[in-house]
Design a protein around this ligand. Structure first.
Ligand SMILES: Nc1ncnc2c1ncn2[C@@H]1O[C@H](COP(=O)(O)OP(=O)(O)OP(=O)(O)O)[C@@H](O)[C@H]1O
Length: 317
């Protein structure tokens, strides 16, 4: 569990983090989303005790890491995969980390196996590809078997197989009951990975909610209904409060009524339905919509709009 309260970090005149309060809970993957420069890395460094907050507090499992960086048995982190580069072999690098952290050296072989690097354990870490370096960084984070794990932009520059591997690993770690906090500047990436998302812009919290809430509550979420008698069903659904669009011959897109209700209703009316699919909004669409109607966030309207624009632009690249 990570708890941040009114965290502020200034670098000279730059306010990198501006009053952030949030909880990151165990058992789920929490995404930390914001455009480049929003303050994600700085926040993660404060969680780890590598940067001292200008104001505010942050604790990991109830302990403050302000004066003493969190030990590897409590928190593991991959901040920069390339930082691992060294003339040492992967095995020697991890052994050195284990000895420095007071971790039994037998853990080295265990984590090398866990990240799939056993066969290259004797190779120089400096010669590793980005994907292998990323795995080695993760092995280092897992070494102390910590309950809390932080990943800063873990999929940057990885191939699809590497991305899939990291996603599965993060989900597995969360399923084991660990706290998994992962940053990204890509909306779509978070949609595939996170259960819960914190969105920041210019160092301030913009949204803190389950991903499903963001997507399924969006007006873009709809139910796709394939029915031979689409015209008759569409008319009846409209009468019952649905907004109905015709997508193709026999296919309706319905908002405002959920799939279960439509199915029951069609049955009661003795109208055959061949397909009934809930189509969730993309995270990006839902977030842009949240932005557009964000009356409750009126003081932050500018940050929200800017963040949504930046995230949408990054996502479409
Ligand atoms: N050590 C530092 N000295 C001065 N300014 C800094 C320092 N670290 C971060 N900043 C500034 O703080 C702001 C937030 O940066 P941060 O790296 O935390 O953002 P980010 O969301 O992680 O973005 P990115 O994905 O680009 O790393 C930026 O304006 C950055 O230039």
């Amino acid at each position: 569990m990570i708890e941040a309260r009114e965290l502020v970090k200034k670098f000279g005149g730059t306010v990198a983090v501006d009053g952030l309060s949030f909880d990151v809970r165990p058992g789920v993957v929490t995404g930390f989303l914001g455009p480049n420069g929003a303050g994600k890395s700085t926040t993660m460094r404060m969680v780890l005790g590598l940067d001292r907050p200008t104001r505010g507090v942050v604790t990991v499992n109830g302990k403050s890491s302000v004066d003493l960086p969190a030990p590897p048995q409590e928190v593991g982190a991959v901040l920069d995969a390339k930082a691992v580069h060294s003339g040492r072999s992967a095995h020697a690098h991890l052994k050195w980390m284990a000895q420095a952290g007071g971790i039994p050296v037998r853990r080295v072989d265990e984590v090398l196996g866990q990240v799939g690097l056993t066969s290259v354990a004797g190779k120089r870490a400096g010669d590793f590809s980005l994907g292998m370096s990323q795995r080695l960084g993760i092995a280092g984070a897992l070494l102390g078997d910590p309950a809390t794990l932080l990943f800063d932009e873990p999929v940057n520059g990885l191939d699809p197989e590497g991305i899939q591997w990291i996603r599965t690993l993060m989900r597995d770690l969360a399923a084991q009951g660990r706290t998994v906090f992962v940053s990204s500047h890509l909306m779509n990436e978070m949609e595939e990975t996170a259960d819960h998302v914190l969105v920041i812009g210019r160092g301030r919290l913009i949204a803190d909610l389950p991903i499903t809430e963001l997507t399924s509550r969006s007006a873009h979420a709809h139910v796709r209904v394939h029915a031979p008698e689409a015209a008759r069903l569409g008319g009846l659904l409209t009468e019952h409060g649905g907004q109905v669009r015709r997508e193709a011959e026999g296919v309706l897109l319905v908002t405002g009524l959920d799939a279960a209700w439509i199915g029951d209703f069609a049955l009661a009316q003795r109208i055959a339905v061949h397909e009934l699919t809930t189509v969730r909004a993309s995270l990006e669409a839902a977030f842009l919509e949240l932005t557009a109607g964000a009356a409750q966030y009126s003081t932050q309207r500018e940050e929200i709009a800017e963040t949504a624009r930046a995230l949408a632009e990054e996502g479409s690249r």
